[in-house]
Design a protein around this ligand. Sequence first.
Ligand code: NAD
Ligand code: AKB
Length: 323
Amino acid sequence: MSNHREMKRVLVTGACGQIGSELTLALREKYGGENVIATDLRPPQKPGLCDSGPFEFLDVTQREQLEAIVRKYNVDTIYHLAAILSATGEQNPPLAWDVNINGLYNVLEVAQEHQMVRVFVPSSIAVFGPETPRDPAPQEAVLRPTTMYGLTKVTGELLGNYYVRRFGLDVRGVRYPGIISSETLPGGGTTDYAVEIFYAAIQHKRYTCFVREDTVLPMMYMPDCIRATLMLMEADFARLKHHTDFNLAGLSFSAGELAAEIKKHIPDFVCEYQPDFRQQIADSWPRTVDDSAAREEWGWSPQYDLPTMVADMLEKLSRKLAS
Ligand code: NAD
Ligand code: AKB
């Protein structure tokens, strides 16, 4: 199996997004700036991504563009983060299908053709649907999502596992919960309220939340997200029974509990609730997930709980918004 070789030249797709903008820098710390090629459809918002290593424009639905960059830099590992998330996906299902399915197919085909060492393909709690137990969602569960995004994520998991079995390509992935971070705004998901609320609390002391106060979803703070991603990619392949579909838990809380925790730091903060179409998506997802497979197979354990995450977010974001 190819995983005995070392990862030396890493390509990140969707590098300007919420996760990519921070994961790329973490990878550059680890492998050296010039060895991590950031790519996206759009230009980087922050100088950091361009200053610390190469950046190339890449539309993942265009296989020849991907192929050219892989050849140019002699890429042996891909972190494939380019995707259309749940809320945008419901507003434009054909785009979600094209980017999430055809883009992934191109990445896996090129990775196999170039005998790559490893490929990371994130999945999501969006693979679950109303028929899955919600508290917690088991590792092995009924996967009948009701969103186009969820449907593409289930297909992505199956496709990744197919390349592992059929071609011996080392493909790995986790079902990320909603990610909370202070660097880059999220890109059109249902869990975006859990980030927007911090900006609104600091800037306006008011937030109108688009899900109900009692809505509980699995979430994770970015430092845990980055740590989990690097841990899985460095795990011994021989210990992995799963490959592309690890449940991954951080913390779970209701929108009301999040607002109350922020209010401890900003006492005059007011949160109102006006659910929109995203409520239905949130209601189809679990409240918590069972991540015992990730814990057993590669030693996963999160570090942040609600109070430590909120305190750190407020501190980092206040500093950023003041500068
Ligand atoms: P994001 O929306 O913030 O970033 C995605 C990036 O992909 C954007 O910069 C966008 O410009 C780029 N992109 C879109 N279409 C493209 C195309 N055709 N070619 C190249 N780039 C394209 O997303 P994210 O939150 O950083 O998510 C990264 C991955 O993690 C995705 O697979 C997503 O499904 C998964 N995930 C994210 C979360 C979360 O809460 N952030 C949760 C679960 C899973
Ligand atoms: C979304 O809300 O679409 C993402 C996800 C959980 O996959 N944050």
